[in-house]
Design a protein around this ligand. Structure first.
Ligand code: ZN
Length: 266
């Protein structure tokens, strides 16, 4: 451990505190339990004059266990926002790999809920990993993605069906490759199905979704260095968020504004 690097994009501790207070409490601090604004402040600690609970800035948020200096923690968040690889983040922050991965996991877990129902033209395809399969759909011409992670590599029609029931609007057009699992799928869910015929060297029905799979593999390898199938679900989730909502990752503040709320301590 050496001294932390000082960088222009990392706000001062006082500034970070101000950001966190504004996001969590707005203009005036209130009791996270009873919402009373009759709050006694002393040395950065608070006490509610009505229900008498004691709290701190972060005690009722998912950052209640934060023990790092705020500037270091912000640097980790900044790294994660910018897709900086784990090893680079470790060299920059001087934290351990375990600690960086733990924080990256925490940031990912607190991404807001995102569920796209795809419509109009939907490209659907599978990608295979060790003992796992990823089924992913992309609404053509948009950044909307939806996915399922399936144990094993023996994907069957009912997996494709289950995906469609929940994630593709009835009446959509469904574009796939020639895989057998999609054969006659329109009889299980009301979609207008068309597919590539590989003998004719047709690939345009899945060109966008295949591009997304390529981007995903590059993302996971570059940022996390290994790709264990056990991490497939969480990395795909993060990837989809980055793909669909890039604005959330432009500044740690945007992410915190969306993800940080009172009352979720776990
Ligand atoms: Zn109270």
């Amino acid at each position: 451990m050496g001294r932390m690097y000082t960088l222009n994009q990392i706000p001062s501790e006082a500034q970070i505190r101000k950001y966190l207070r504004r996001i969590l409490f707005g203009k005036n601090v209130f009791c996270p339990d009873c919402r009373s604004r009759r709050v006694h402040v002393q040395g950065g600690r608070y006490r509610c004059k009505d229900c008498r609970i004691r709290f701190t800035l972060l005690s009722h948020s998912w950052l209640s266990n934060l023990k790092l200096p705020l500037e270091t923690w912000w640097m980790v968040l900044w790294c994660w926002s910018c897709e900086i690889p784990v090893k680079q983040a470790r060299a920059l922050t001087k934290l351990s790999t375990v600690s960086i991965r733990k924080w990256f996991d925490t940031f990912r877990e607190h991404l807001p809920k995102e569920t796209h129902v795809l419509e109009h033209i939907v490209q659907l395809d599978e990608a295979y990993f060790k003992n796992m399969t990823l089924i992913m759909g992309k609404q053509k011409g948009t950044r909307n993605l939806a996915y399922d992670v399936i144990m094993g590599t023996a994907v069957q029609r009912h997996h494709a069906g289950y995906f469609l029931f929940r994630k593709v609007k009835p009446g959509s057009e469904l574009w796939t490759d020639g895989a057998a699992i999609y054969k006659g799928i329109g009889k299980w869910w009301p979609v207008k199905h068309s597919r590539d015929i590989h003998k004719k060297f047709e690939f345009e029905h899945t060109s966008e979704i295949e591009g997304v799979f390529g981007n995903y593999r590059t993302f996971a390898r570059r940022m996390y260095h290994h790709h264990w199938s056990i991490n497939l679900e969480k990395y795909v989730r993060e990837f989809c968020f980055r793909f669909s909502s890039p604005e959330l990752f432009k500044n740690p503040l945007f992410y915190l504004t969306k993800s940080l709320t009172l009352g979720t301590t776990c």
